[in-house]
Design a protein around this ligand. Structure first.
Ligand code: ATP
Length: 294
């Protein structure tokens, strides 16, 4: 198995899945530790005229969207509406048929991104110990070992999940493997972190824990996060903005703000404000998104 790299078809550079984008030059002035050593990018993510079809299936046709960078956005919608396709296109993993994606006026090429996949079993390098998986994206960027070690130790401390980091992936539970995968994605301090159903294969207890840990990192770093979720509770719990999509050809059904204070833990989920917000999203989903015939 080779490193997980996805070739781009639009003339832009390749992306290292789970590991951020390799910079043009080694990270000579790389941070020595801490997850908020670099300022998070602010401004707007601007999507204009996005188009994508697969064969005769039109998924996006003139899709426009503005999202504030530095916020947590959950993407929710009916099966097959194009949630993964959307984040794959705006992360640069998948070529667009047309349209423009700008991060604070800059192209994806000039934006550090990382990606966490649903299938952590395939995303982690099985021949590397957990700790070496996390080091990997920094190592290939040329960060000196001392700086790498400091950075990774700080990240692990901030994430706060106890894992035997000398273990190989197969020796870890699913939740631990996905935690390693998230830590690896965070190691290069992405400006934007994309997560495609990262917790869907985990049990509920582990899912709740991971939601809390990811939120803690988000609160500390202000990294823009875009999460695809099939779970409306999760989408609402995690988000500053819940992006509700329609059936294909896909439009924005609504962008619902979640102003509830963080951290939002399991207790939040039974609070009246949360339940009301979730119901609001569900109503929009049922009105705009459900299939008309079953
Ligand atoms: N590589 C591909 N080749 C052909 N069709 C594709 C490809 N990727 C996605 N599609 C189609 O595009 C549509 C959107 O797929 P996508 O996976 O983005 O939807 P989704 O909302 O994430 O789906 P799900 O809810 O099942 O996770 C679907 O009809 C899917 O079959």
């Amino acid at each position: 198995m080779t490193a997980l790299r996805i070739a781009r078809h639009d003339g832009e550079p390749e992306i290292e899945a789970d590991g951020g984008r390799a910079p043009a030059a080694p990270l000579a002035a790389a941070p020595s530790g801490g997850v908020n050593a670099r300022p998070a990018r602010r401004g707007q993510l601007t999507i204009r005229g996005l188009r994508k079809s697969f064969g005769g299936t039109v998924v996006y046709d003139g899709f426009d969207l503005d999202l504030p960078l530095g916020s947590f956005v959950s993407v929710f919608g009916p099966n097959g509406c194009g949630k993964s396709t959307l984040i794959n296109m705006i992360s640069g993993l998948m070529p667009r048929d047309g349209g423009e994606v700008l991060y604070d006026g800059q192209s994806i090429r000039d934006t550090r991104i990382s990606y966490v996949f649903q299938n952590y079993r395939e995303a982690l390098f099985p021949w590397l110990r957990a700790i070496d998986n996390i080091h990997y994206p920094l190592k290939i960027k040329g960060m000196p070992k001392k700086a790498r070690t400091a950075r990774v130790e700080q990240l692990i401390a901030d994430f706060g999940i106890k894992i035997d980091l000398n273990a190989y992936p197969y020796q870890l539970s699913g939740g631990q493997q996905q935690a390693v995968s998230i830590l690896r994605a965070l190691a290069p301090e992405p400006e934007v972190l994309f997560l495609d159903e990262p917790f869907s294969a985990l049990d509920y207890e582990m899912t709740l824990l991971m939601r809390e840990k990811l939120q803690a990192i988000f609160q500390k770093t202000g990294t823009t996060m875009m999460l695809v979720s099939h779970d409306l509770e999760e989408a609402v719990q995690m988000a500053d903005h819940v992006l509700l999509l329609t059936r294909r050809p896909t439009r924005v059904a609504a962008l619902v703000d979640n102003p509830l204070p963080r951290p939002r833990d399991a207790a939040t989920l039974i609070g009246a404000d949360f339940v009301a917000l979730r119901s609001q999203c569900l109503e929009i989903f049922q009105r705009e998104a459900r299939v008309e015939t079953l």
